[in-house]
Design a binder for this molecule. Structure first.
Ligand code: ARG
Length: 460
């Protein structure tokens, strides 16, 4: 029977149950529901609602159930209970009879679900931070394996200026580090405890809300009961963190898909993270990367969906809010999988350094160096830019690179150009000139990489 059956004379329709029941998905919060219930039983004992013996029985039975939940031994498939809260209460009553029927005193599923879900998100924040650190490790390792490799740097997907491959890796390190701090920020706001707020107005029993919060590892209790039971900001923030991080993953995936293309040929991916074609025997497709890119759709969708669900909801709890879970659960799964597979892809890739270098040297990517060279000869930059543009045009007409033009050809464009221009046009010159903080010189990148590697090692 439902928890609320007394007032009803007829049962629920099967279609209503299909729409209303959340056990098929909120069962993932079983451990958190049991954790909260154990603490609640203690609060009720301290408030004089339960005897010491009753509390002992409840705590023991709940702990047994929690152990089963942790080991994945609770069988939800045969249950007809509405949600995880009813499931736990029914299991408790089956074990303890009337004593089990006392646990819900002064509590509502509204403060219960808000507490459970915060605990669930908090646990996943911890594991997702670990996943992000795994990707950081994989990026730093692949950068370390190819410290001096040069790739073309792009803007508008046109070759712009050469950069170190390690510099590219460190760009994504910055993004994933921000994702970690974003999760940490979310934890500070999430870590307030709703338990003891009742259905909406607060509970009548004199439970110690500070002690409840502390026992559940929260920084303190939520300060307004109406807000506590109806706030889902922490889910929205999780979904935003996931969306931003998935966007970062998708950009990295897109870069790698392009680098792996036959046209670029900068790198090969491991067999373990690619797949073949049922028809074309030669194919080796970057499916893992494409899926990292593709899964952004459902993750961004979950964020949008919950925002729309929450928009305009009157205070306090409304059943609409049960729609907060499926998207969040799926998002956490997808984000976790994408971070794990991203690390595997990075571990598996082999960089073709000579092909990267060849591509970096093409596309007149040293034209900026020529303009800067002319600045050193006393020519204003805008004029130097124009001269370098004319040199590029000449090289296009002659079908060669800038550095392959003879001095006579170069001087025909500008007589300030001399023999000393040729070393300036070499790949390493342009790279190492950028020895500014955040730039791509060998020294700057090597220092940044060493720093990131030691920070990650210190974290473990
Ligand atoms: N399954 C519900 C949810 O996820 C639990 C809270 C139900 N509360 C209620 N008053 N019906 O939101």
């Amino acid at each position: 029977m439902a928890l609320w059956g007394g007032r009803f004379s007829a049962g629920s329709s099967s279609m209503f149950r299909q729409v209303n029941d959340s056990l098929p998905f909120d069962q993932v919060m079983a451990v958190q529901d049991l954790q909260g219930s154990i603490v609640w039983s203690r609060a009720l004992y301290k408030a004089g609602v339960l005897t010491a013996d009753e509390q002992k029985q409840l705590a023991l039975a709940l702990s047994e159930l929690k152990e089963q939940a942790e080991q994945g031994l609770l069988d939800f498939s045969a249950s007809t209970e509405e949600d995880i809260h009813s499931f736990v209460e029914a299991a408790l009553i089956e074990k303890l009879g009337d004593t089990g029927r006392k646990l819900h005193t002064g509590r509502s599923r509204n403060d219960q679900v808000a507490t459970d879900f915060r605990l669930w998100v908090r646990a996943h924040v911890t594991s997702l931070r670990e996943d992000l650190h795994t990707v950081l490790g994989a990026l730093l390792n692949v950068a370390d394996r190819h410290r001096e490799a040069i790739i073309p740097g792009y803007t508008h997907l046109q070759r712009a200026q050469p950069v170190l491959f390690a510099h590219w890796c460190l760009a994504y390190v910055e993004m994933f580090k921000r994702d970690i701090t974003r999760l940490e920020d979310l934890t500070t706001r999430l870590n307030q405890c709703p338990l003891g707020c009742g259905a909406l107005a607060g509970t009548t029993y004199p439970v110690d809300r500070h002690a409840i919060a502390e026992e559940l590892g929260f920084d303190g209790p939520c300060l307004n009961s109406l807000d506590a039971v109806s706030d889902r900001d922490f889910v929205l923030e999780l979904l935003f963190c996931a969306s931003t991080s998935m966007m970062h993953i998708s950009r990295m995936a897109e870069d790698l898909i392009f680098y792996n293309s036959g046209e670029a040929g900068f790198l090969q991916l491991g067999d373990a993270v690619t797949s073949g074609s049922s028809l074309m025997p030669q194919k080796k497709n970057p499916d893992a990367l494409e899926l990292m890119r593709g899964k952004c759709g459902r993750v961004f969708g979950a964020l949008q969906s919950l925002l729309v669900t929450m928009k305009g909801l009157p205070l306090a709890y409304n059943k609409d809010m049960q729609e907060d879970k499926e998207g969040a659960i799926d998002t956490v799964n997808q984000w976790h999988c994408c971070l794990c597979i991203a690390a595997e892809v990075l571990d598996s890739l082999s960089l073709n350094e000579s092909r990267c270098r060849e591509a970096a040297a093409q596309g007149f990517a040293n034209a900026t160096e020529l303009a800067d060279y002319l600045v050193e000869k006393g020519i204003p930059f805008r004029t130097g830019h124009d001269i370098a543009g004319q040199v590029v045009l000449k090289a296009i007409q002659e079908g060669c690179a800038i550095e392959d033009l003879s001095l006579t050809s170069l001087q025909a464009v500008c007589d300030k150009i001399d023999e000393d221009v040729y070393p300036v046009l070499q790949l390493e010159y342009g790279i190492n000139k950028r020895n500014i903080l955040g730039g791509t010189s060998m020294q700057t990148v090597s220092d940044a990489l060493d720093k990131a590697l030691s920070e990650l090692a210190a974290k473990d």
